[in-house]
Write a new protein. Sequence first.
Length: 575
Amino acid sequence: MKILLVYPYPLFDRSRAYEQDIHAVPIGLYYIGAVLKEHGYDVEVLNWSQIHKTPEKIIDTLRKKKPDILGFSILNANRWAGIEIARIAKSLNPDTRIIFGGVGATFLWKHLLTHFAEIDYIVLGEAESVFLKLVQALEKPGGRTLKHISGIAFRDRGKIVKAANAPLVKDLDSLPIPARYFTYQHVVSSRGCPGGCTFCGSPRFWKRRVRFRSPAHFVRELKMLRKKGIRFFYVSDDTFAVNKKRVVQICKAILEADLGITWVAISRVDHVDEEVLDWMRMAGCVQISYGVESGSKEIRKRLGKPLRTRDIKCAFALTRSRGILARAYFIYGAPGETQQTIQQTVDLIRQIKPFVCVSYILEIYPGTALYLDYQKAHHLTDDIWLKRIEGLPYFETDPGLTKEMVMAFGKTIRQAVYENLERFVDSLDLIDDKRFFPTHADFCSRLGMTLTHGDYAGVNAIHNKDEIAEKLFNKALGYATHPRAYLGLAMLRQDKRDFQAAAAILEQGVKEFPENQELNVCFAINCMNLGNFQAALDRLDRFPEAPGAAYYIEECRRNLDKKPQQTAFSQKARR
């Protein structure tokens, strides 16, 4: 039996700022794949989050692999893609069994089975054991009754049937580690969240319970992935620091294993303190995302996030002082939103000084408290999702809000960060502890690169980006030598065509870090701009596999063979 597990593409192919993981396969799909492989099934996990850009590959892959079962990880944003791919699969082979699962399918199971004949089965909630039992039943000659399988919904002689809910896995360590079979960067050390946010489906999906993997089990997974070459991780727990003692144990285990990794996490502002942040930074954490949601206490309360303002301020100050990027999530266009509440959000931004803010229009999704309230108030069914929409903007349901107002709210919040970014950098006060000096250098140089080559590089609303970045690179070197700081300073000089000054910086950088690939390639490009192609080639020949190296090597040889043309070479253009 051939099984394909698919993560489909989102409904709208739009720019999603700061959503590095929008195209990442949910870890749950890898867990299902691992369980199936442990039981001897031929299974593949396919990341089809961008396959709509080359749609011909859908048919080609299905014809080549001839799956008996197609399983889809469904969010509200990609449900239509799952339906479209299922239709293609059924047209090629009507006997292909289509299984939907994930949070989007769990909350819309009846709607999906009612309106879309392509979908045969839906797995509800936590899927590993349920999916396995369903597959085992389907492979039996003549089939077996499915009514005994908890956690599924399906059609029986035209009637939609929902079985009893399946119990949650008691011991997460009992599940196979997906890294035995797959390679990925998004990992989880726990499942669930104790919070009751009205805009989130987690309270209903996970029942406001948190279950933990043991620190040893989680770090074993990191070790396995590290051996496969993964050095950067997204720890996708809903709130990683909910159990401080356990977080410290995980961090100590990472350090004892000398993994040399960096990672980002998500937490609540009322779950961190000096000790846990110290250990997280020493173990490689470079960023923590906090859901602040609003500067208005009343709106936070209405959103089910009754955080104290003093806890928000404290968490951001402590996180920033440890050289961890504190990223703030804000929601705007919420119930009771006004220009005054937006001003409260702006005021809070100026106080907590986040270097990155991610702001979203409040949208209503199935499975959330907001959605249930909306249904009751308007006597609506789930048929609203027959429209090709990802979510329902809250402002469309509130006569006190208009689209123009909400768009202006978002612009005001973003502008508050852009206009104050230089002041945030100037006021950066990192803890005076020598243990953290190397990580302080890493933090400052990383933030500097964000301005010159990262997310902020193309934001015209931020003024003096190069000057702010230079401050950060120099601040980094004030703590410790760091290759990224030398690289950043050199490229700033190159952008001004001051190649002699860049050469002096790079000479010092490669003296400190002779094997650093990026510094050496940058030095080679600088030599090319100074007309010293042999020196550039000598340096490039040491790193032939570096990004762009083949192009620069060819240019060096061409210019050594004949009179060079007046050409400016730029690393930024080749990055």
